[in-house]
Design a protein around this ligand. Structure first.
Ligand code: AMP
Ligand code: MG
Length: 351
Protein backbone atom coordinates (compact mmCIF):
# COMPACT_ATOMS: atom_id res chain seq x y z
CA UNK A 1 0.00 0.00 0.00
CA UNK A 2 1.25 3.47 -0.92
CA UNK A 3 1.94 5.49 2.21
CA UNK A 4 -0.47 8.34 2.87
CA UNK A 5 0.40 11.48 4.72
CA UNK A 6 -1.60 11.28 7.96
CA UNK A 7 -2.57 14.69 9.36
CA UNK A 8 -2.78 14.79 13.16
CA UNK A 9 -4.90 17.41 14.93
CA UNK A 10 -5.95 17.92 18.52
CA UNK A 11 -9.51 19.06 19.23
CA UNK A 12 -10.72 20.16 22.62
CA UNK A 13 -13.94 18.25 23.48
CA UNK A 14 -15.15 21.31 25.44
CA UNK A 15 -15.08 23.50 22.32
CA UNK A 16 -15.15 21.04 19.42
CA UNK A 17 -16.12 23.47 16.70
CA UNK A 18 -12.76 24.12 15.01
CA UNK A 19 -10.85 24.19 11.74
CA UNK A 20 -9.65 20.62 12.44
CA UNK A 21 -13.20 19.35 12.69
CA UNK A 22 -14.27 21.15 9.49
CA UNK A 23 -11.27 19.65 7.69
CA UNK A 24 -12.20 16.18 9.02
CA UNK A 25 -15.75 16.66 7.70
CA UNK A 26 -14.45 17.72 4.30
CA UNK A 27 -12.12 14.70 4.05
CA UNK A 28 -14.98 12.33 4.94
CA UNK A 29 -17.38 13.94 2.46
CA UNK A 30 -14.75 13.64 -0.28
CA UNK A 31 -14.11 9.95 0.30
CA UNK A 32 -11.14 9.97 2.71
CA UNK A 33 -10.52 8.18 6.03
CA UNK A 34 -10.55 9.97 9.41
CA UNK A 35 -9.98 8.45 12.86
CA UNK A 36 -11.88 10.24 15.62
CA UNK A 37 -12.72 9.79 19.30
CA UNK A 38 -16.06 8.47 20.51
CA UNK A 39 -17.09 7.70 24.09
CA UNK A 40 -16.46 3.97 23.50
CA UNK A 41 -13.20 3.69 21.52
CA UNK A 42 -11.59 5.57 18.61
CA UNK A 43 -13.40 4.97 15.31
CA UNK A 44 -12.04 4.90 11.75
CA UNK A 45 -14.61 6.70 9.64
CA UNK A 46 -15.55 6.94 5.97
CA UNK A 47 -18.69 8.18 4.24
CA UNK A 48 -21.20 5.35 4.67
CA UNK A 49 -22.74 6.20 1.28
CA UNK A 50 -19.44 5.89 -0.62
CA UNK A 51 -18.56 2.20 -1.22
CA UNK A 52 -15.05 2.98 -2.44
CA UNK A 53 -14.24 4.99 0.68
CA UNK A 54 -15.65 2.25 2.90
CA UNK A 55 -13.57 -0.37 1.09
CA UNK A 56 -10.48 1.64 2.10
CA UNK A 57 -11.37 1.13 5.79
CA UNK A 58 -11.09 -2.63 5.33
CA UNK A 59 -7.72 -2.21 3.58
CA UNK A 60 -6.26 0.15 6.18
CA UNK A 61 -7.25 -2.11 9.08
CA UNK A 62 -6.65 -5.43 7.36
CA UNK A 63 -10.22 -6.24 8.35
CA UNK A 64 -11.95 -9.34 6.94
CA UNK A 65 -14.65 -8.15 4.52
CA UNK A 66 -17.35 -10.30 6.12
CA UNK A 67 -17.25 -8.15 9.28
CA UNK A 68 -19.88 -5.37 8.97
CA UNK A 69 -19.39 -1.77 10.13
CA UNK A 70 -21.45 0.48 12.39
CA UNK A 71 -22.99 3.58 10.79
CA UNK A 72 -22.63 6.66 12.99
CA UNK A 73 -25.10 9.53 12.78
CA UNK A 74 -25.45 12.74 14.78
CA UNK A 75 -29.24 13.01 14.91
CA UNK A 76 -32.22 10.67 15.16
CA UNK A 77 -33.70 12.41 12.10
CA UNK A 78 -31.08 10.59 10.00
CA UNK A 79 -32.39 7.12 10.91
CA UNK A 80 -35.16 7.13 8.24
CA UNK A 81 -32.43 7.69 5.61
CA UNK A 82 -31.02 4.27 6.50
CA UNK A 83 -34.10 2.16 7.33
CA UNK A 84 -37.84 2.07 6.59
CA UNK A 85 -38.76 0.35 9.78
CA UNK A 86 -38.63 1.94 13.23
CA UNK A 87 -40.77 -0.03 15.67
CA UNK A 88 -42.11 1.35 18.93
CA UNK A 89 -39.55 -0.75 20.83
CA UNK A 90 -36.70 0.61 18.69
CA UNK A 91 -37.95 4.15 19.31
CA UNK A 92 -37.85 3.49 23.04
CA UNK A 93 -34.26 2.28 22.88
CA UNK A 94 -33.16 5.36 20.94
CA UNK A 95 -34.96 7.59 23.42
CA UNK A 96 -33.35 5.86 26.41
CA UNK A 97 -29.78 5.34 25.24
CA UNK A 98 -28.89 7.73 22.39
CA UNK A 99 -26.53 9.42 22.20
CA UNK A 100 -24.63 6.56 23.81
CA UNK A 101 -22.86 3.20 23.51
CA UNK A 102 -25.78 1.24 22.05
CA UNK A 103 -25.74 0.08 18.42
CA UNK A 104 -29.10 -0.91 16.95
CA UNK A 105 -29.37 -3.38 14.04
CA UNK A 106 -32.25 -2.54 11.67
CA UNK A 107 -33.46 -3.57 8.18
CA UNK A 108 -31.44 -1.53 5.72
CA UNK A 109 -32.57 0.62 2.81
CA UNK A 110 -30.93 -0.08 -0.57
CA UNK A 111 -29.00 3.21 -0.31
CA UNK A 112 -26.71 1.59 2.31
CA UNK A 113 -23.93 -0.10 0.29
CA UNK A 114 -23.29 -3.84 0.72
CA UNK A 115 -19.67 -3.20 1.67
CA UNK A 116 -20.88 -1.46 4.86
CA UNK A 117 -23.11 -4.34 5.96
CA UNK A 118 -20.94 -7.18 4.62
CA UNK A 119 -23.80 -8.11 2.33
CA UNK A 120 -26.36 -8.38 5.15
CA UNK A 121 -29.84 -6.92 4.72
CA UNK A 122 -29.48 -5.15 8.03
CA UNK A 123 -27.56 -2.06 9.07
CA UNK A 124 -26.08 -1.28 12.50
CA UNK A 125 -26.62 2.34 13.63
CA UNK A 126 -25.70 4.51 16.59
CA UNK A 127 -25.30 8.10 17.77
CA UNK A 128 -22.06 8.42 19.72
CA UNK A 129 -22.02 10.41 22.94
CA UNK A 130 -18.90 12.46 22.25
CA UNK A 131 -18.88 16.15 21.28
CA UNK A 132 -15.96 15.75 18.83
CA UNK A 133 -17.53 12.75 17.07
CA UNK A 134 -20.86 14.55 16.79
CA UNK A 135 -19.27 17.70 15.34
CA UNK A 136 -17.30 15.68 12.80
CA UNK A 137 -20.37 13.74 11.64
CA UNK A 138 -22.31 17.01 11.33
CA UNK A 139 -19.46 18.62 9.40
CA UNK A 140 -19.31 15.60 7.07
CA UNK A 141 -23.00 15.95 6.25
CA UNK A 142 -23.25 12.20 5.58
CA UNK A 143 -23.65 9.14 7.83
CA UNK A 144 -20.20 7.85 8.80
CA UNK A 145 -19.35 4.14 8.72
CA UNK A 146 -16.76 3.47 11.39
CA UNK A 147 -15.33 0.37 13.02
CA UNK A 148 -12.74 0.68 15.77
CA UNK A 149 -9.56 2.44 14.56
CA UNK A 150 -7.11 -0.39 15.28
CA UNK A 151 -5.29 -2.81 13.00
CA UNK A 152 -7.56 -5.83 12.79
CA UNK A 153 -6.78 -8.26 15.60
CA UNK A 154 -5.25 -5.67 17.98
CA UNK A 155 -7.15 -4.37 21.01
CA UNK A 156 -9.39 -1.40 20.13
CA UNK A 157 -7.70 2.01 20.58
CA UNK A 158 -8.74 4.19 23.49
CA UNK A 159 -6.22 6.98 22.81
CA UNK A 160 -5.09 8.79 19.62
CA UNK A 161 -1.59 7.48 20.29
CA UNK A 162 -2.83 3.88 19.83
CA UNK A 163 -4.40 4.91 16.50
CA UNK A 164 -1.13 6.52 15.36
CA UNK A 165 0.78 3.38 16.19
CA UNK A 166 -1.61 1.14 14.20
CA UNK A 167 -2.66 3.33 11.26
CA UNK A 168 -0.14 6.12 10.63
CA UNK A 169 0.56 6.32 6.89
CA UNK A 170 -2.61 4.38 6.04
CA UNK A 171 -5.32 7.00 6.69
CA UNK A 172 -5.81 10.70 5.94
CA UNK A 173 -6.33 12.17 9.38
CA UNK A 174 -6.33 11.44 13.11
CA UNK A 175 -8.36 13.71 15.38
CA UNK A 176 -7.13 13.53 18.98
CA UNK A 177 -9.85 14.33 21.51
CA UNK A 178 -8.25 12.67 24.54
CA UNK A 179 -8.88 9.28 26.13
CA UNK A 180 -12.21 7.49 25.67
CA UNK A 181 -14.59 7.44 28.64
CA UNK A 182 -16.18 3.98 28.25
CA UNK A 183 -13.12 2.17 26.89
CA UNK A 184 -15.02 -0.80 25.41
CA UNK A 185 -17.05 -1.00 22.20
CA UNK A 186 -20.79 -0.40 22.08
CA UNK A 187 -23.42 -2.99 22.92
CA UNK A 188 -24.96 -4.34 19.69
CA UNK A 189 -28.66 -5.28 19.74
CA UNK A 190 -30.55 -6.83 16.83
CA UNK A 191 -34.03 -5.31 16.67
CA UNK A 192 -34.98 -7.26 13.53
CA UNK A 193 -35.71 -10.41 15.55
CA UNK A 194 -38.40 -11.00 18.12
CA UNK A 195 -37.51 -10.98 20.98
CA UNK A 196 -34.51 -8.70 20.31
CA UNK A 197 -31.05 -10.29 20.62
CA UNK A 198 -27.91 -8.81 22.17
CA UNK A 199 -25.19 -9.72 19.66
CA UNK A 200 -22.34 -8.17 21.62
CA UNK A 201 -22.19 -6.97 25.24
CA UNK A 202 -20.76 -3.47 25.65
CA UNK A 203 -21.14 -0.02 27.17
CA UNK A 204 -24.88 -0.41 27.90
CA UNK A 205 -25.68 -3.40 30.10
CA UNK A 206 -28.26 -6.08 29.42
CA UNK A 207 -29.94 -5.10 32.69
CA UNK A 208 -30.35 -1.50 31.47
CA UNK A 209 -31.82 -2.68 28.16
CA UNK A 210 -34.23 -5.07 29.85
CA UNK A 211 -35.38 -2.16 32.01
CA UNK A 212 -36.70 -0.60 28.78
CA UNK A 213 -37.65 -3.58 26.58
CA UNK A 214 -38.36 -6.41 28.98
CA UNK A 215 -36.74 -9.76 28.20
CA UNK A 216 -34.08 -9.87 25.48
CA UNK A 217 -32.10 -12.86 24.21
CA UNK A 218 -28.33 -13.23 24.15
CA UNK A 219 -26.64 -14.45 20.98
CA UNK A 220 -25.58 -18.07 21.47
CA UNK A 221 -22.30 -17.34 19.75
CA UNK A 222 -21.40 -14.67 22.26
CA UNK A 223 -18.26 -15.32 24.26
CA UNK A 224 -18.62 -15.55 28.05
CA UNK A 225 -17.03 -17.72 30.70
CA UNK A 226 -20.05 -20.04 30.72
CA UNK A 227 -20.72 -20.33 27.01
CA UNK A 228 -18.32 -21.43 24.31
CA UNK A 229 -19.17 -20.10 20.85
CA UNK A 230 -20.52 -22.75 18.51
CA UNK A 231 -18.29 -21.85 15.59
CA UNK A 232 -14.98 -20.54 16.93
CA UNK A 233 -13.48 -19.91 13.49
CA UNK A 234 -16.30 -17.61 12.46
CA UNK A 235 -17.48 -15.62 15.44
CA UNK A 236 -14.54 -16.00 17.76
CA UNK A 237 -12.57 -12.90 16.94
CA UNK A 238 -9.40 -12.35 18.88
CA UNK A 239 -8.36 -9.02 20.27
CA UNK A 240 -5.00 -10.62 20.53
CA UNK A 241 -1.98 -8.89 21.99
CA UNK A 242 1.37 -10.46 21.01
CA UNK A 243 1.70 -12.04 24.43
CA UNK A 244 -0.23 -15.13 25.46
CA UNK A 245 -3.18 -14.07 27.62
CA UNK A 246 -4.70 -16.14 30.44
CA UNK A 247 -7.80 -15.18 32.46
CA UNK A 248 -8.17 -16.46 36.02
CA UNK A 249 -11.69 -16.09 37.34
CA UNK A 250 -14.12 -17.25 40.05
CA UNK A 251 -16.23 -15.91 42.92
CA UNK A 252 -13.49 -15.88 45.54
CA UNK A 253 -10.92 -13.13 44.99
CA UNK A 254 -8.44 -14.68 47.43
CA UNK A 255 -8.44 -17.83 45.29
CA UNK A 256 -7.94 -15.81 42.11
CA UNK A 257 -4.97 -14.09 43.73
CA UNK A 258 -3.43 -17.35 44.96
CA UNK A 259 -3.77 -19.08 41.57
CA UNK A 260 -2.24 -16.12 39.74
CA UNK A 261 0.67 -16.00 42.19
CA UNK A 262 1.25 -19.71 41.50
CA UNK A 263 1.17 -19.17 37.73
CA UNK A 264 3.61 -16.28 38.02
CA UNK A 265 6.20 -18.42 39.78
CA UNK A 266 5.72 -21.26 37.29
CA UNK A 267 6.25 -19.00 34.30
CA UNK A 268 9.12 -17.14 35.88
CA UNK A 269 10.99 -20.31 36.72
CA UNK A 270 10.62 -21.14 33.02
CA UNK A 271 12.37 -17.79 32.32
CA UNK A 272 9.20 -16.13 30.96
CA UNK A 273 8.40 -12.49 31.57
CA UNK A 274 4.98 -12.12 33.16
CA UNK A 275 2.60 -9.14 33.21
CA UNK A 276 -0.55 -8.95 35.29
CA UNK A 277 -3.73 -7.03 34.54
CA UNK A 278 -4.80 -6.56 38.14
CA UNK A 279 -7.62 -4.98 40.10
CA UNK A 280 -6.53 -2.05 42.26
CA UNK A 281 -7.34 -4.12 45.36
CA UNK A 282 -4.86 -6.88 44.51
CA UNK A 283 -2.26 -5.12 42.34
CA UNK A 284 0.26 -4.45 45.11
CA UNK A 285 0.35 -8.06 46.27
CA UNK A 286 1.74 -9.54 43.06
CA UNK A 287 5.41 -10.13 42.39
CA UNK A 288 5.63 -10.12 38.58
CA UNK A 289 7.71 -8.35 35.92
CA UNK A 290 4.92 -5.85 35.20
CA UNK A 291 1.67 -5.18 37.05
CA UNK A 292 -0.93 -2.91 35.46
CA UNK A 293 -3.73 -1.85 37.83
CA UNK A 294 -6.93 -1.43 35.80
CA UNK A 295 -9.15 -0.11 38.58
CA UNK A 296 -11.17 -1.04 41.61
CA UNK A 297 -13.52 -4.02 41.75
CA UNK A 298 -16.07 -1.64 43.24
CA UNK A 299 -15.98 0.50 40.06
CA UNK A 300 -16.09 -1.77 37.04
CA UNK A 301 -16.58 1.27 34.74
CA UNK A 302 -12.97 2.18 35.52
CA UNK A 303 -11.80 -1.36 34.80
CA UNK A 304 -13.59 -1.18 31.43
CA UNK A 305 -12.04 2.20 30.68
CA UNK A 306 -8.48 0.96 31.31
CA UNK A 307 -8.76 -2.58 29.96
CA UNK A 308 -7.51 -2.14 26.37
CA UNK A 309 -5.00 0.46 27.52
CA UNK A 310 -3.63 -2.09 29.99
CA UNK A 311 -3.43 -4.87 27.39
CA UNK A 312 -1.54 -2.57 25.03
CA UNK A 313 0.71 -1.34 27.85
CA UNK A 314 1.70 -4.86 28.91
CA UNK A 315 2.27 -5.89 25.30
CA UNK A 316 4.53 -2.86 24.89
CA UNK A 317 6.49 -3.98 27.96
CA UNK A 318 7.40 -7.15 26.05
CA UNK A 319 6.06 -9.70 28.47
CA UNK A 320 5.61 -13.28 27.26
CA UNK A 321 2.46 -13.90 29.24
CA UNK A 322 -0.33 -11.60 30.42
CA UNK A 323 -2.43 -12.94 33.29
CA UNK A 324 -5.73 -11.11 33.85
CA UNK A 325 -8.02 -11.28 36.86
CA UNK A 326 -11.65 -12.09 36.05
CA UNK A 327 -14.71 -10.03 37.11
CA UNK A 328 -18.35 -10.84 37.87
CA UNK A 329 -20.38 -11.13 34.66
CA UNK A 330 -23.11 -8.64 35.45
CA UNK A 331 -23.57 -5.08 34.18
CA UNK A 332 -20.48 -3.80 32.38
CA UNK A 333 -18.67 -6.85 33.84
CA UNK A 334 -20.19 -8.98 31.04
CA UNK A 335 -18.53 -6.79 28.41
CA UNK A 336 -15.22 -6.80 30.31
CA UNK A 337 -15.19 -10.60 30.49
CA UNK A 338 -16.26 -10.94 26.85
CA UNK A 339 -13.24 -8.88 25.73
CA UNK A 340 -10.82 -10.58 28.14
CA UNK A 341 -11.86 -14.07 27.07
CA UNK A 342 -11.49 -13.08 23.41
CA UNK A 343 -8.04 -11.65 24.11
CA UNK A 344 -7.18 -14.93 25.81
CA UNK A 345 -8.44 -16.97 22.86
CA UNK A 346 -10.55 -18.90 25.36
CA UNK A 347 -7.73 -19.66 27.87
CA UNK A 348 -9.72 -19.29 31.10
CA UNK A 349 -8.94 -20.87 34.47
CA UNK A 350 -11.76 -21.20 37.03
CA UNK A 351 -10.85 -21.29 40.69
P1 AMP B 1 -16.33 -2.63 15.48
O1 AMP B 1 -16.88 -1.27 15.34
O2 AMP B 1 -14.93 -2.78 14.97
O3 AMP B 1 -16.50 -3.12 16.87
O4 AMP B 1 -17.18 -3.59 14.55
C1 AMP B 1 -18.56 -3.44 14.34
C2 AMP B 1 -19.33 -4.61 14.84
O5 AMP B 1 -20.73 -4.29 14.78
C3 AMP B 1 -19.23 -5.89 14.00
O6 AMP B 1 -18.11 -6.66 14.33
C4 AMP B 1 -20.53 -6.61 14.32
O7 AMP B 1 -20.38 -7.29 15.55
C5 AMP B 1 -21.51 -5.45 14.55
N1 AMP B 1 -22.38 -5.22 13.38
C6 AMP B 1 -22.27 -4.25 12.46
N2 AMP B 1 -23.26 -4.34 11.54
C7 AMP B 1 -24.01 -5.40 11.87
C8 AMP B 1 -25.18 -6.00 11.30
N3 AMP B 1 -25.77 -5.52 10.21
N4 AMP B 1 -25.67 -7.08 11.92
C9 AMP B 1 -25.08 -7.56 13.03
N5 AMP B 1 -23.98 -7.03 13.63
C10 AMP B 1 -23.45 -5.96 13.06
MG1 MG C 1 -13.27 -3.50 16.19
Amino acid sequence: MIDKETTYVKVNPDSPSSEGVREAGRILREGGLVAFPTETVYGLGASALNPRAVAEIFKAKGRPDDNPLIVHISDKNQVPDLTDEITVQTGRLMEAFWPGPLTIVLHKKPVVPDVVTAGLHTVAVRIPDHPVALEIIKAAGVPVAAPSANSSGKPSPTTAEHVLRDLEGKIDMIVDGGACRVGLESTVIDMTSEPPVILRPGGISREDIEGVLGHVETDINQVSSTGTPRSPGVKYKHYAPKAKVIVVTGDDYAKIFARIAELVSEYRSAAKRVGILASAEMARGYCADEVFPVGSRTRLETVAQNLFYGLRFLDGADVDVIIAEGYPETGIGSAIMNRLIKAAGGRVIYV
